[in-house]
Design a protein around this ligand. Structure first.
Ligand code: CDP
Length: 222
């Protein structure tokens, strides 16, 4: 509908340092998605019961602003935002060297200002850039893309219509340097061949997005 070919990503730009009071931050515009991630800490883990003797904990909060979609989103946590916060945290735990900061907490805030499908992927990608911008040691940055199927055709990086009216959605988070997978969800049905195609699209797109992440951190054009 927007003129992309099946393998095409939506336009992406990334900027760091958009929240100067945070330890690290990133703004990602991806299609008409507009997402900000901000990282605070490492700081003492509060409340005490979440504290771990041997490592830091990641406190990840994904939130959609009430004005981010045409239907107003009720402020506060809901089932969907809890789920996305949890899977984002699990993915980031695979790369952040948490054992370097015992009894600490690293707060990762992801705010969706404008939503156009794939916001969990954009949020995870933005959080990775914000963590790197904050200087938090990581083995790699997670990059996340969702491909899927609409009208029987597998396509890369679903937009809102493709997500809402399509037959399947496969969001994935991968590590560009190793090709390891740290996050995968799936909605709908894909045949093994279609699944492989969506997987390949995500992997290939992930490498392209990773270059934009690195450029943004180096201070170059993104
Ligand atoms: O955003 P993502 O694709 O990761 O998650 P989703 O639950 O599959 O939602 C797809 C899209 O539907 C979102 O990006 C929003 O554009 C829209 N949406 C909405 O308008 N209202 C909601 N309460 C949830 C999602």
């Amino acid at each position: 509908m927007d003129g992309r070919k099946p393998a095409d990503l939506r336009p992406i730009s990334i900027e760091v340092g958009v929240v100067p009071v945070a330890a690290g931050s990133a703004c990602v515009r991806w299609g008409t998605n507009h997402v900000i991630a901000a990282v605070y800490g490492p700081m003492e883990a509060h409340p005490r019961k979440i504290s771990r003797q041997d490592r830091a904990v990641l406190d990840v909060r994904y939130n959609m602003a009430p004005f981010s979609t045409t239907d107003r989103i009720r402020p506060g946590f809901n089932r969907r935002s809890r789920e996305i916060s949890k899977v984002t945290s699990d993915a980031l735990e695979s790369v952040v060297l948490l054992e370097m900061y015992p009894r600490s907490k690293i707060r990762v805030e992801i705010e969706i200002l404008c939503a156009e499908a794939g916001t969990r992927c954009v949020g995870l990608t933005a959080a990775s850039v914000a963590l790197a911008h904050a200087g938090i040691p990581m083995t790699d940055m997670v990059v996340s893309v969702a491909s899927g199927k609409i009208n029987g055709v597998v396509i890369c990086d679903l937009n809102k219509e493709e997500d809402n009216y399509g037959e399947a959605d496969l969001p994935m988070g991968m590590l560009p340097n190793s090709g390891d997978l740290v996050f995968l969800q799936m909605d709908g049905d894909l045949s093994p061949d279609e699944f492989q195609q969506a997987w390949d699209y995500n992997m290939e797109a992930g490498l392209a997005v990773h270059e934009i992440m690195v450029q943004a951190l180096k201070g170059g054009d993104s």
